[in-house]
Ligand binder design. Sequence first.
Ligand SMILES: [Zn+2]
Length: 302
Amino acid sequence: MKILTILPVSIILNFSIAFGGDALNVVSSIQTLGAIASEIGGDKVVVTSLSKGYMDPHFVDAKPSLVLDLHKADLLIHVGLELEVGWLPPLVQQSRNANIQVGENGDFEAATVIHILRVPTVRVTRAMGDLHPQGNPHFWIPPKNALLIAKALTERFKKLKPDQGAYFDSQYSRFLIKVSELEKKLEPQMRKTKGLKVVPFHDSWAYVSEWLGLEETGYIEIKPGVPASPQHLSTLIGKMNEDKTKAILMENYYNKSTAESVASNTKAKLLEMPSDVGATPEIKTYSDLVTGVVTKIIEAVN
Ligand SMILES: [Zn+2]
């Protein structure tokens, strides 16, 4: 009986070694986190993203196929701060994958390595309509934050695959150089965005505003996730005209009609912003995303 139980295990192990099927199965909640994981993991990882860059990451359709992706995952990378709370935790539970449960080595919450902005000073809940009760979760675009995530992922990959430590370290160095060169290239454009007055549709540009020196003069939503009322819009339009706000920043998964109506009553340009890798077919990598964001904002500079 003992022999029978030991035998299959050794066969499986030999099979895995012989066919080199040892790449880490990485699953990300949003595409940008998956793209950063690919930069560091290279050919030692296979990355799948549960949501696509053209979807609202707060509200993803929890399809059964996503459970299957999670079942096979060695590592789950997610944003945290309740961004995915409406759809990801039930999928993780249904996956019956012990490795990716909260606190396990296969669970990576990016928010834990980021300096979080706009943490509410009073207690707020999603029941009050606020989608950001633990602070602003839209942090993955600025290079400073992407590098913090990349560094922490390097360490996690080394823990999961200790024999490939040198490889992951060199991949991180490569990514660091790539991002530094990109920042240098975009510097002349970035200088022009300082002090630009903008109104985001949803409060999802806080980190980009800090990075590019944008001044947020209001929001189309009353608070994150709470739709605008006519009274709020009329006050906002008055303020935007007074402040000479130049742009409305809106992800392309929102309905345009409210933002268009605000734009037509002000001098602000409505910018459909990419906020994740995969937001448009051209945005395939983290560098594409950063370039896309800066290029788009420049459209509102005179
Ligand atoms: Zn949000």
